[in-house]
Design a protein around this ligand. Sequence first.
Ligand code: HEM
Length: 481
Amino acid sequence: MASADQGSSGAPKPVPGSYGLPVIGAVRDRLDFYYFQGQDKYFESRVERYGSTVVRINVPPGPFMAKDPRVVAVLDAKSFPVLFDMDKVEKKNLFTGTYMPSTSLTGGYRVCSYLDPSEPTHAKVKQMLFNLLLSRKDDVIPTFRSNFSALLATVESELAKAGKAEFNKLNDATSFDFIGEAYFGVRPSSTDLGTGGPTKAAKWLIWQLHPLVTLGLPMILEEPLLHTFHLPPFLVKGDYKALYKYYSTAGKQALDMAEGLGLSREEACHNLLFATTFNSYGGLKVLFPGLLANIANGGEKLHQKLVAEIRGAVAEAGGKVTLGAVEKMELTKSVVWESLRLDPPVKFQYGHAKKDLEIASHDGVFQVKKGEMLFGYQPCATKDPRVFGATAREFVPDRFVGEEGSKLLQYVYWSNGRETESPSVGNKQCPGKNFVVLVGRLFVVELFLRYDTFTANVGTELLGTGVVFTGVTKATSGPGS
Ligand code: HEM
């Protein structure tokens, strides 16, 4: 195990696979992807068919939204990191893949996620986000705790009334307010935006992501409505304007700082909106339900271990949830990483080959031509059995604990980089990396300071996992009781 970077076998070979007939092949594959096979099976079956984890395939949406659906897919832990290498790939206009949403959804600007590090604006915007997160670092823990303890109080009152509490709906409202308050000190729900922020944000997200999702409607409706043409941007103009107003007012300090970095106030504000609403809110919308589901399925034994670790560390810190206390919680951190490994919230990554390349998988070396689109389906890479062994597809809470466990962190790729590496203005790794792992841990801490154990039903939702609480057992000991 964990030897994925060593050696590669044999002389370079052409990449196996097939794109099928023009247009027809891509449409047929799109139907496999959405309806006949589903995402995981779509990729796994092609790996099996061609006997290779580096393989030529079509990716959705295909005609008529994407000019070219053909990619070279890298589907194991060894080949995937080619997508992180800025000397080898260019990441211009491909955040959402083979199509790009209209820039009229982002104020006419190509925002940071669509910029390659070679473009000067990339460094300025990314620096603005680093500065913003740094300037607010002391506010994250108290803001998280006040927002999420209120969420759990609502869970309890809904359980008392109805015997169940839908987590995702509560999480949407709470995460949206939490992010606004953590970044800018102003809860969006206390401004003109009111409680409508999450709905406006979700609508705007759908306008950008509809080519890549299925709503569970009949194929005959979804294909023309979602997967063939772009939804017209003017239909979300009002929602975007209301969101923009919040950021331009609440984000005043961040915008002042951005001007000092050489950005116009307007471009900075559209970027703040995108990083906060799409990257951060969109991320937490998927992250917390996935994490909660894995912990719920982990059962009471896991809950007891988390209770002991979390309450012990908090007691040692004088009953306070401090950064130092959270850093001591090894199992809690491992649980968050394991969830990010098993269910990476952002599953697709893309990059154009900057030059002719040789890409090594576990089984061979493959030739790729300059300009070809490389694509990674992250779950295939982070569930690679040649790295994570026989339990690669299972949730193993303590996988990353201890010296041996931490050696596996280099194969955790959720942030578009190795977990052992750091985002910078020169790469495309997520600037929210540390923030995300921190709030993931704070989420687990809040749960187990408050509860000894809980039960929940786990299902699926539009962008990921759906969780419904069915019972909680309030804490009987320690700082949370
Ligand atoms: C980029 C994941 C939260 C801001 C990315 C990328 C991934 C990712 C995979 C790379 C996309 C690509 O280029 O292919 C996530 C996940 C999150 C999360 C799963 C939460 C669970 C955040 C937060 C921020 C953020 C909290 C706030 C600053 C960004 C930005 C980029 C980015 C601005 C573009 C980076 C660049 O252009 O260099 N994120 N992210 N993300 N993320 Fe995050």
